[in-house]
Design a protein around this ligand. Structure first.
Ligand code: ACO
Length: 392
């Protein structure tokens, strides 16, 4: 094996073989198990899509009914998890709370039987069922309220919005939220999925796998960008300020949040669908004050940076949809995590099928053979810098 070219960020380097999803970044194509994201968004549901991702084919009517039933049954949290959450500071970020809760599930379901299909199924069901309840419970608790118990007569998306807002959502809002979950469910080997796979490759438990991926998703260059987009639109404040804001970003070489992608060099197909979902919501419930600024920014970025392949990614319009659904800004990334749990679990399962621990190599750039110096003979770094300044 002689391959030793170093590519920062592993750009273009395959780290696995996978049959879960496919992206063509030049043509803006995304498929889950061969099905186009457009068709899944239109005809499928998040749970049906999760089944497809994790078990490799669309479920029959009975299989889907059983899967949905199991998930409904496992939505509730153990009181000890709720008590643990009560100790979290209200000012803490919900992604940190979610990471802690996902890891804590491993304490309660600690038997690790990775070669047992029943264990795998139970872990999939528990994680998909409980993560939305955890996100909604944290939201309630930080407002000083008791968590709202899940309702068995509501589907996955409607139940989450119900637990969050304490009222049954409008059917259009629930359907649109379900489509958002489908759109965010999977996206090949992104940073959080890679993190999940590396953790999975050590044969640890699936709760640790998901907790590790949640931590990775939280960063502003990945899932955290959806929250940053809204803060950016707030800062821009009006259409008149768009050009000046963009000038400033380009001059300072700072990133415009919600734009650019390692793989897509055209507008992300999910952003196209999310924009149309936002418009459907605005038609029924009134336009978001930031929407026109967002459209103007998209246009301005296309004119100035389109030749570099900088277009809206999935995070650009999702926040505007979530705001209309009554989801607070700092829950946007946890909502992303609810959806992406399906993809992480699909990759966990795939990784287990042909596992080999991830252990890449490095190109060492440090010194070698350095003699150990007793502490009393060492200069501090500050002294060394001062000496360099004095001696030029
Ligand atoms: N705004 C302005 N310029 C950008 C942007 C952006 N958002 N994204 C990339 N560029 C430019 C870079 O400045 C660089 O230009 P240069 O070649 O002249 O130096 C070029 O495009 C390549 O950028 P990289 O940062 O090298 O691209 P990379 O593939 O490493 O990063 C990333 C991709 C992290 C998504 C980047 O585009 C970014 O930071 N975007 C903003 C944050 C964001 O929206 N993240 C969400 C991504 S989607 C997701 O994770 C769910």
């Amino acid at each position: 094996m002689t391959f030793c070219e170093y590519r920062p960020g592993l750009e273009g380097i395959p780290v696995t073989q996978s049959s879960i999803s496919f992206v063509d970044g030049q043509r803006g194509i995304l498929e889950y198990r061969g099905y186009s994201i457009e068709e899944l968004a239109q005809y499928s549901t998040f749970l049906e899509t999760s089944y497809l991702l994790i078990w490799g084919s669309l479920p029959s009517k009975d299989e889907l009914a059983e899967f949905e039933h199991e998930i409904r049954y496992h939505r509730r949290l153990k009181y000890r998890i709720r008590d643990m959450m009560k100790c979290f500071p209200e000012s803490g970020h919900p992604m940190d709370a979610l990471q802690a809760c996902a890891a804590a599930l491993g304490l309660f379901y600690s038997r690790r039987a990775l070669d047992n299909p029943v264990y795998i199924r139970d872990a999939v069901v528990r994680l998909l069922a409980k993560i939305p309840t955890m996100v909604a419970a944290f939201q309630m608790m930080r407002k000083g309220n008791d968590p709202v118990q899940p309702r068995d007569d509501l589907n996955y998306a409607a139940n989450f919005l119900y637990m969050l807002n304490e009222r049954e959502p409008d059917p259009l809002a629930a359907r649109i939220f379900d489509i958002c979950l489908t759109l965010h469910a999977e996206h090949t080997i992104n940073a959080s999925t890679f993190s999940a796979m590396v953790t999975a490759s050590t044969l640890t438990d699936p709760y640790g796998v998901v907790a590790s991926a949640v931590g990775t998703l939280a960063g502003p260059l990945h899932g955290g960008a959806n929250e940053e987009v809204i803060l950016m639109l707030e800062e821009i404040g009006s259409i008149e300020n768009v050009e000046a804001y963009l000038d400033d970003c380009i001059q300072k070489k700072s990133k415009i949040m919600g734009f650019g992608h390692r793989v897509y060099k055209v507008k992300d197909p999910r952003a196209i669908i999310l924009q149309s979902l936002a418009e459907q919501l605005f038609e029924k419930f009134g336009k978001d004050e930031y929407y026109d600024i967002a459209v103007a920014l998209e246009h301005a970025v296309e004119v100035r940076l389109g030749t570099k392949g900088i277009y809206p990614n999935v995070d650009f319009y999702s926040g505007l949809v979530y705001r209309k659904l009554g989801i607070p800004t700092d829950l946007f990334t946890p909502v992303f995590a609810i959806a992406r749990t399906a993809g992480w679990l699909a990759h966990w399962k795939e990784q287990l099928n042909e596992n080999r621990i991830f252990r890449p190599t490095q190109i060492y750039t440090g010194s070698r053979g350095t003699p150990y110096e007793p502490i009393e003979k060492r200069d501090s770094v500050e002294d060394q810098e001062l000496m360099e300044l004095v001696t030029g």
